[in-house]
Design a protein around this ligand. Structure first.
Ligand SMILES: [Mg+2]
Length: 202
């Protein structure tokens, strides 16, 4: 099966690191468990300038390469590959984060995985910087088939709702607990559970 795996907060623990970074930069004390909305400007109560600063730092290579893997995520990727599944990282990160994104995959022995950049959040620059991979718009993304998609963000989940022949796994996070699932969605709170769930679909 072709499996879409989101990067941030599915394969790695981005929000936990951002919570620490926001505390260091802005003395904002919102631990991971208290991030109840996906919009970090709102979750951390930041000004427009502060959220821009936070996100700029969050996409630097030195930040991205230090992110912890999600528990069991690396092992699960290897198990799914050994079972013959075809995996792709599908991320809403800007393509300008490519060096850091690739660096993280390399560090964890996953350099062979493709990264597909999709403008999930409508943030892609009108004039993309040169020298980076292309970012797919939503129409282009809609032409790609996935049998399974794993994501955490309500905005990305909305893009996957009602897809034909695609099981969407909602990776359980504090900011998606109130998300209303579409009929093609299942919730999972661990990579071990995700591997079992995919096993039931094969
Ligand atoms: Mg994510």
């Amino acid at each position: 099966m072709r499996i879409y795996i989101d990067f941030d907060d599915v394969l790695c623990e981005t929000a936990r690191h951002l919570s620490v970074l926001a505390r260091e930069l802005f003395a904002c004390d919102v631990p991971y468990e208290a991030i109840s909305v996906f919009d970090l400007q709102q979750a951390f109560a930041l000004s427009a300038a502060e959220i821009d600063d936070l996100m700029e730092r969050a996409h630097r290579t030195e930040f991205l390469t230090l992110l912890d893997p999600a528990p069991g995520g690396l092992e699960a990727v290897r198990v799914l590959e050994a079972l013959g599944h075809d995996l792709a990282i599908v991320t809403g990160r800007p393509a300008s984060s490519h060096d850091g994104s690739r660096g993280w995959l390399r560090k964890h022995g996953l350099a062979h995985l493709d990264i597909v950049y999709v403008d999930k959040y409508g943030r892609a620059p009108a004039h993309p910087p040169t020298g980076f991979p292309q970012t797919l718009n939503l129409a282009e993304f809609a032409t790609l088939h996935f049998d399974v998609a794993i994501d955490d963000s309500p905005i990305a989940l909305d893009l996957l709702a009602h897809r034909q022949n695609c099981t969407v796994i909602v990776y359980d996070r504090p900011w998606n607990r109130l998300y209303a699932h579409a009929a093609n969605m299942r919730r999972s709170d661990s990579w071990a559970d995700i591997v079992s769930l995919i096993g039931t679909l094969a």
